[in-house]
Design a protein around this ligand. Structure first.
Ligand SMILES: C[S@@+](CC[C@H](N)C(=O)[O-])C[C@H]1O[C@@H](n2cnc3c(N)ncnc32)[C@H](O)[C@@H]1O
Length: 174
């Protein structure tokens, strides 16, 4: 089998991990290559790492990369979920990262999980690539503000584009 490229964290990915709460679960939602979750796994600073992506081929490749990187998958606390994130059917605790997708997708995922009572994360880290206004309007809506508040937002540069990362905290430990 062809050896996959060794995952390397970019400055942007390191920034996402800096904002996380250590000792908690880490959910890499819309993970694609899974590099952020792999970085989290390597750090040994989280309880469980969850990778979520809706494309089976992407998750098959990620599974190969995890086997190549960690050899014994049964010895690491990682879980792969191959489905649209809004269909997750278990409680999502600790940290949630959703980055590299549009604001509308992020809104749909968060709203659906809140409505199904699955979203119990203490911290949510979001970095939309498009439709940012849609996400902002959602984050300041009463329906969302009943559960989460914006703790801070940071700017970072990515291939000459200025991006924002939003750090949100749960109003109460749920
Ligand atoms: C551009 S990649 C982002 C990769 C990574 N999060 C990052 O920021 O570097 C977008 C990924 O989101 C996944 N995706 C889009 N909508 C999704 C959804 N509703 N549920 C799960 N995965 C989704 C796609 O399959 C794709 O792999």
């Amino acid at each position: 089998m062809k050896k996959l490229k060794n995952p390397k964290l970019t400055i942007r990915m390191k920034l996402f991990l800096e904002f996380t709460l250590k000792g908690e679960d880490f959910w890499d939602i819309c993970c694609d290559h899974g590099y952020v979750g792999i970085g989290a796994l390597k750090s040994n600073e989280y309880s469980n790492i969850h990778f979520v992506d809706q494309v089976p081929q992407i998750m098959e490749r990620l599974s190969q990369l995890l086997k190549q990187t960690f050899l014994r998958l049964d010895e690491i606390n990682c879980h792969l979920h191959v489905l649209p994130a809004e269909s997750l059917d278990e409680e999502i605790k600790g940290n949630v990262l959703i980055a590299g997708v549009g604001g509308l997708t992020i809104k749909t995922i968060l709203d659906t999980l809140l409505q199904s009572n699955k979203l119990k994360a203490k911290r949510i880290i979001l970095s939309p690539h498009t439709d940012e206004a849609v996400l902002i309007n959602y984050m300041i809506s009463a329906e969302f503000q009943n559960f989460y508040k914006i703790n801070s937002k940071e700017k970072y540069m990515e291939i000459k584009k200025c991006r924002t990362v939003y750090i949100l905290d749960a109003l109460s430990v749920q």
